[in-house]
Design a protein around this ligand. Structure first.
Ligand SMILES: [Zn+2]
Length: 430
């Protein structure tokens, strides 16, 4: 399938690499800036990129970069950062749940571009100036919370800077949703479930409130989790997607599967995870992103995000010119238990399809026991626990012990994590 922009150009030889070369799709500045970073300059030199006339051929020869490679650098600032400190106005911490975090400086120009990307993402998701929008992402060094709030203000929405549960207790958040007439809520899906549970427990379900739209990010929204959120809030769910190496890149319009990625901000490639060669259009591979505009301090070229995706074209919405990223059901994350792989995403989908389950955490103890902590609707704890045990036995062939915990325990245990860790391998830390 061709990307929409190319449908008029039947003679185009390769839909994935349009135009005469990288400069034709707005990657020229990124390449020029990359030559000022010793790390990326070397990659470009080895690939034989001619800055005066870069070709797709040479572009594809640039070795993609992983976060592990950057973590291994002794002098990240000296090797990668090209902006003098006087031009830096903010630091962003990289996402991810494992390993040493990296801190990326951002210039005023980067922030302006980032804000316009977040704004576009919220607009695609359906946020308008008439909305009252609550932001319940954590506010901190990770940028998602404050960027969503700033972008929503730029749209003209009335913004409530609530933050994570550790910043404003969930009971107070639930109260404010009613009191201020919040129409759009933004946060992590699991925290959205937690707020809905808290409201239900307080006898004032959120489905009775004015919220019409949930904008989620930072966690995979599996289909069962999405329908649970929609039911508990009486609202639509739209996911937005970005990474600190770039900025916000994609948003769901709700009309077609996946997230539209706006081509002004990033250039997306899908590569074979083993060979790092581009896969055919429409096939699943590892996402490789090159930011086009947020490159004044860290000019990443061909960044491997770790997401497994495919690119698709077309839609019947106003943003059909942007291709869509569809995240794969496959996942890199799994627990290995006595020779059995338990995929995080597969387990999560199965668990959330138990309608009496409200939240969970899967732990593997140092002595190889699998324990599922679970929260369930009042009165349904024992039956839910039994279903969880049966699910692990039937689906994965492993024995799971269950532990019923009080409502809100899991969210408390993962408070402050931008990507809440619902799968914890305690063997890793011994
Ligand atoms: Zn669309």
């Amino acid at each position: 399938m061709l990307w929409p922009v190319l449908q008029a150009q039947a003679s185009e030889p390769d839909a994935r690499y349009p135009g005469a070369g990288p400069a034709a799709v707005g990657l020229g500045d990124t390449l020029v800036r990359a030559t000022r970073s010793p790390f990326f300059a070397e990659r470009l030199r080895v690939a034989g990129v001619d800055l005066a006339e870069p070709t797709w051929d040479r572009w594809r020869a640039i070795r993609p970069t992983s976060k592990e490679e950057l973590r291994a650098l002794a002098d990240f600032d000296g090797e990668v950062v090209i902006a003098p400190r006087a031009e830096v106005v903010e630091f962003w911490r990289s996402g991810g749940v494992t390993g040493r975090p990296l801190y990326y400086p951002r210039t005023a120009a980067d922030l302006a571009h980032a804000k316009s990307s977040f704004r576009l993402g919220l607009e695609i998701a359906g946020v308008t100036a008439s909305d009252t929008l609550m932001v319940s992402f954590p506010f901190g060094i990770h940028p998602v919370g404050q960027m969503v709030a700033r972008a929503a203000e730029a749209i003209g929405a009335a913004v409530v800077w609530a933050g994570a549960g550790s910043q404003l207790p969930s009971a107070a958040q639930v109260e404010l949703i009613g009191e201020l007439g919040v129409t759009v809520w933004c946060g992590m899906p699991s925290f959205g479930l937690h707020l809905a549970n808290a409201a239900e427990a307080a006898g004032a379900p959120l489905a009775d409130r004015d919220v019409r739209l949930l904008v989620t990010s930072a966690e995979v929204v599996s289909a069962p989790k999405r329908s649970l959120l929609q039911r508990l809030w009486g609202a639509e769910v739209r996911d937005i997607f970005g990474m600190t190496e770039c900025t916000l890149m994609g948003a769901e319009c709700g009309r077609a599967e996946g997230l539209h990625v706006w081509t002004e901000s990033s250039f997306c490639e899908v590569l074979d995870p083993d060979t790092l060669e581009p896969v055919p259009v429409g096939e699943t591979g590892t996402l490789c992103v090159t930011p086009k505009r947020t490159t004044h301090a860290t000019p990443f070229v061909r960044w491997l995000s770790g997401d497994l995706v495919r690119l698709e074209a077309g839609c019947d919405c106003a943003y059909s010119r942007y291709p869509r990223i569809v995240h794969s059901g496959r996942t890199a994350g799994f627990l290995k238990l006595r020779g059995v792989n338990i995929g995080h995403r597969e387990a999560e989908e199965a668990l959330y399809s138990i309608e009496t389950l409200r939240d969970f955490r899967v732990l593997v103890t140092p002595d190889d026991r699998l324990i599922v902590e679970l929260e369930a609707v009042s009165g349904g704890e024992d039956a839910t626990a039994e279903r969880v045990r049966r699910l692990f036995a039937d689906t994965f062939g492993v024995r799971a012990d269950t532990r019923v915990v009080g409502r809100g325990t899991v969210v408390e245990a993962t408070a402050g994590q931008v990507k809440a860790q619902r799968f914890v391998d305690e063997r890793a830390s011994v």
